[in-house]
Design a protein around this ligand. Structure first.
Ligand code: CTP
Ligand code: CA
Length: 225
């Protein structure tokens, strides 16, 4: 799985990547979710392994195979992802949170299938835990990288997430741009580093973007140490 030309930038590093959507159950046959395909996170996990890291991928439900050389942990809900990530955090050097975690879940989960009735139906939702924010509050030297999927005010929202979640880096993309976002094989991202470096990347494949993001993390670690 190593190829000539893959730099061993992350040899000896333990990298935890999250990917995909989460599913928030309403009843035994229904859930709330989002359009995340998992492609960006899987590409990062795969590239981190090629760059020599020991990689754990905590993934919500996707159609993708586990990348070569990566330990993949399947989860469903935000709560399960939180537990899977928190339990591994102490033994992790770098966390890259590409997952599209649901912000809300149904407040009540029905034990049996909800039957239709005449008229409308209102679901009461409650907030899920912000996994990345919880990591920011607990970090003891780990590098934290978040994603920001936005439709407007990209820089402003990305920098707000960098601050509020105590991140080292935010990878922001405008999901409304042609060639960017959840479903496709390409992305257009801008990287914002805690030390003020901003790097806008052109349209590229998610595999190429994954390599650029990892190289930027490596450069950042070199710059701050
Ligand atoms: N994230 C998380 N736990 C959540 C929600 C988000 O860990 N419950 C992480 C995502 O994995 C991503 C980052 O936080 O790395 C930003 O996610 P995003 O949805 O863009 O931002 P939010 O903070 O949820 O804010 P909003 O959706 O209101 O823009
Ligand atoms: Ca969100």
């Amino acid at each position: 799985r190593f190829f000539a030309g893959d730099p061993p930038l992350f040899r000896g590093k333990r990298v935890l990547v999250t990917a995909g959507p989460t599913r928030e159950r309403l009843d035994p046959v229904r859930y709330f979710s989002n359009y995340s395909s998992g492609k960006m996170g899987y590409a990062i996990a795969e590239a981190a392994a090629r760059f020599g890291a020991s990689v754990t991928l905590v993934s919500g439900p996707t159609a993708l195979p586990s990348p070569d050389g990566v330990e993949t942990v399947a989860v469903e809900s935000a709560e399960e992802m939180y537990e899977a990530v928190l339990s591994r955090f102490a033994e992790t050097d770098i966390v890259i949170k590409a997952a599209a975690v649901a912000d809300y879940r149904p407040k009540y989960v029905a034990a049996s299938k909800i039957k239709k009735q005449p008229g409308g139906y209102v679901v009461e939702m409650e907030r899920t835990v912000d996994i990345l924010k919880a990591l920011g509050e607990r970090k003891t030297g780990q590098i934290l990288v978040g994603f920001a999927a936005e439709t407007d005010n990209l820089e402003q929202y990305a920098l707000k997430k960098l601050e509020e979640k105590r991140l080292d880096m935010v990878v922001a993309n405008n999901v409304t741009e042609e060639g960017a976002g959840f479903a496709g094989d390409t992305n257009i991202v801008t990287i914002f580093r805690r030390d003020g470096v901003v790097r806008p990347l052109p349209l590229m494949t998610k595999r190429e973007a994954a390599e650029e993001i990892l190289k930027e993390i490596h450069a950042y670690i070199e710059a701050i140490r």
